[in-house]
Design a protein around this ligand. Structure first.
Ligand SMILES: O=P(O)(O)OC[C@H]1O[C@H](O)[C@H](O)[C@@H](O)[C@@H]1O
Length: 317
């Protein structure tokens, strides 16, 4: 018999520690042994493990995370800009800032608050950031683990400015895979995408599931709210469910680019794939007092039953 939410103290399953660089991090655990780590540096999820203790997110062995520099791996938050689509530093400043624990977050819908181990983090506009992005905001992130080990990230961005502002956003999710050439993404076929390797030119994906045999850096547009990443060798499938996040960025640097990145091993591209739930093509526009919510849920299931599950879930989402 498993533990029920009624007898499991979820708050007690949330522990504050320091990582090897002395940065505070929050460890979330489920009664069955799944866990996640969230660094206050960038509010970055740096680890997500299943009930067997196996890591499910990629982190480079060469990364040296420090203040003002996100780790190469996990789930960095790209805000208020994705990539280089504006004038800011690549992927915006949020991933490079120290966030604080949000002791008193405004309530979330019941579905997002019960029966889970979770943490709430907060980033507010600083004077320094106002110089490059002159807008007052509050960014609240809840990271939670459900009893069955799914990880959920809920971002809420509120405009506390007198004027409207717009932003792009991504959960830059580094999935850990057995071998990139064995990976298939389902859910993006037939969609239009912008190709960052061809000056953001627009193409249409042809027919089949997406596979990998060279560098890929694309933004798929207006995608379904459920995507599957099938790892043939591990016989496991990541299910990515998203809300408020119409686009999906897909990135693998492949051999040549890997060699040019100082915080990434030459061969590590074989073990990772970024599949980012995002808002990129049409930025979010918030009027004063308005709030935007973007929700990501990651699960891992045996590949054998994912086809049916996908079909089912797609019809409800
Ligand atoms: O090196 P980073 O700033 O973490 O960005 C890593 C990658 O992120 C995204 O996927 C972009 O589309 C890529 O162009 C970029 O190279």
């Amino acid at each position: 018999m498993g533990h029920s939410a009624a007898v499991w103290d979820f708050r007690a399953a949330t522990e504050m520690t320091k990582d090897q660089n002395g940065v505070s991090q929050v460890v979330l655990r489920t009664p069955q042994g799944a866990s996640a780590r969230v660094s206050l540096n960038g509010a970055q999820v740096t680890s997500w493990r299943n009930e067997q203790g196996e890591e499910l997110l990629f982190t480079s062995s060469k990364t040296t995370p420090k203040a003002q520099k996100a780790a190469r791996g996990g789930i960095p938050i790209c805000f208020p800009q994705f990539g280089n689509c504006g004038s800011m530093e690549l992927h915006g400043f949020a991933r490079n800032r120290m966030w604080v624990i949000d002791e008193n977050p405004p309530p979330l819908p019941a579905n997002d608050s019960s029966g889970k181990s979770f943490v709430d983090l907060l980033l507010k506009s600083s004077e320094e950031d106002m110089k490059c992005w002159p807008h007052s905001f509050e960014f609240r992130l809840r990271v939670s683990l459900t009893t069955n080990g799914d990880i959920t990230l809920i971002s809420r961005v509120r405009n506390i400015n007198g004027k409207p502002f717009s932003f792009s956003f991504a959960y830059h999710t580094y999935l850990l895979v057995s071998d990139i050439s064995e990976i298939r993404i389902e859910g993006l076929e037939t969609l239009d995408y912008l190709d960052n390797l061809s000056q953001k030119e627009r193409f249409t994906e042809q027919g089949d599931a997406i596979t990998f045999e060279s560098e890929v850096d694309r933004v798929y547009l207006s995608s379904p709210n459920i995507i599957a990443v099938l790892d043939h060798e591990r016989k496991q499938t990541y299910i990515i469910k998203k809300e408020g996040l119409p686009d999906v960025a897909v990135w693998n640097p492949w051999e040549k680019k890997s060699k040019s990145m100082t915080d990434f091993g030459d061969e590590e591209y074989k073990q990772m794939l970024c599949v980012d739930a995002a808002v990129i093509e049409t930025p979010v526009n918030l009027r004063p007092g308005e709030e935007w919510t973007g929700r990501l849920q990651l699960s891992i299931v045996p590949s054998s039953f994912c086809g049916d599950r996908l079909g089912l879930d797609r019809s409800v989402l």
